[in-house]
Design a protein around this ligand. Structure first.
Ligand code: KMH
Ligand code: ZN
Length: 285
């Protein structure tokens, strides 16, 4: 049985709270979501942060508070999005690393995103990658298209391995403008991955969620789930909570003889050191 890494992406940057009031946007909601999802089997959380008006923000204060709060409340690997929203400027997206997450997303190229454009020009990708290496943040390479797999080859050839030595990628499938959320596209993507890749996960947006989940599990891949990616359990049935999506993923995975990995296994998979244990009474460094 291969251990399963489940990442939860609870909020995203593209859904408004007026359209989905159950979306977790406040710090308290994020922390309780993180706890519930960890309890359900998630081991990593992919965070987009909202401000007091529930709008997406890259404000360093909000980001730092969220990283610290989720770290204190859980053993989840804390991954901050550097993708932000489709409207965020590149300079601000580079500054996300200042919040000192364990991991960050790093999208490997520009993609049409519905009616918008998710901009990731090569110089930005290369700069962000080198900053992750210098600042000891483990990137998760986000692949929205097969061309992004080719860009990953180019990046690793030119700039070497990430901090921690592991290469973890996530296929984000079914975005209108990116690769479709189909088994055929996932097979093509996995077959084209660089040899240096040590683990991969997949998520399907919207109605491609379940087909991508089944395809990934059948190929030994890991899973990302969450309300960033899907807002219905089935046609016309709204998602009630992120934990509901994590629980469904665990149930489906158990049928495929896959169980969630432990927190330590997840950290090892990502090339992160085990959490530092502080001896009782020892001063915090
Ligand atoms: N909000 C999307 C435009 C990421 O987090 O790195 C980009 C996104 C990817 O969600
Ligand atoms: Zn995201």
């Amino acid at each position: 049985m291969t251990g399963l890494l489940i990442t939860v992406a609870p909020t995203g940057a593209e859904t408004a709270t007026r359209d989905c009031p159950q979306l977790p946007t406040t710090l308290d909601e994020l922390v309780s979501t993180a706890r519930e999802c960890e309890q359900a089997g998630a081991r990593m959380i992919h965070l987009h942060i909202r401000d007091a008006a529930h709008e997406p923000t890259l404000d360093l204060g909000y980001l730092t508070d969220a990283v610290q709060a989720v770290r204190e409340a859980t053993d989840l690997i804390v991954q901050l999005s550097t993708g932000g929203s489709v409207h965020d400027p590149l300079e601000q997206r580079l500054k996300v690393l200042d919040a000192r997450p364990d991991s960050c997303s790093l999208t490997m190229g520009t993609t049409n995103f519905g009616d918008d454009v998710f901009s990731n020009p090569w110089p930005f990708v290369a700069e962000l990658y080198q900053q992750t290496q210098e600042r000891q943040v483990v990137p998760e390479f986000e692949l929205f298209d097969l061309g992004h797999v080719a860009a990953l080859h180019r990046l690793l050839d030119k700039h070497g391995l990430p901090y921690g030595g592991k290469v973890h990628v996530d296929f984000v499938m079914g975005v209108p403008g990116g690769m479709p959320g189909t088994t055929a596209a996932l097979v093509a993507g996995v077959q084209a991955l660089p040899d240096a890749v040590t683990s991969w996960s997949a998520t399907g947006i919207g109605r491609t969620t379940l087909p991508v989940m089944f395809a990934s599990l059948s190929m030994g891949g890991h899973l990302r789930v969450g309300m960033e990616d899907v807002l219905t359990m089935a046609k016309g049935v709204p998602v009630e909570s992120n934990a509901q999506l994590v629980r469904r993923a665990v149930e489906v995975a158990e049928l495929a003889q896959r169980s969630p990995m432990t927190a330590d296994e997840a950290r090892a998979t990502m090339g992160l050191p085990a959490p530092q244990s502080v001896a009782p009474g020892a001063p915090a460094s």
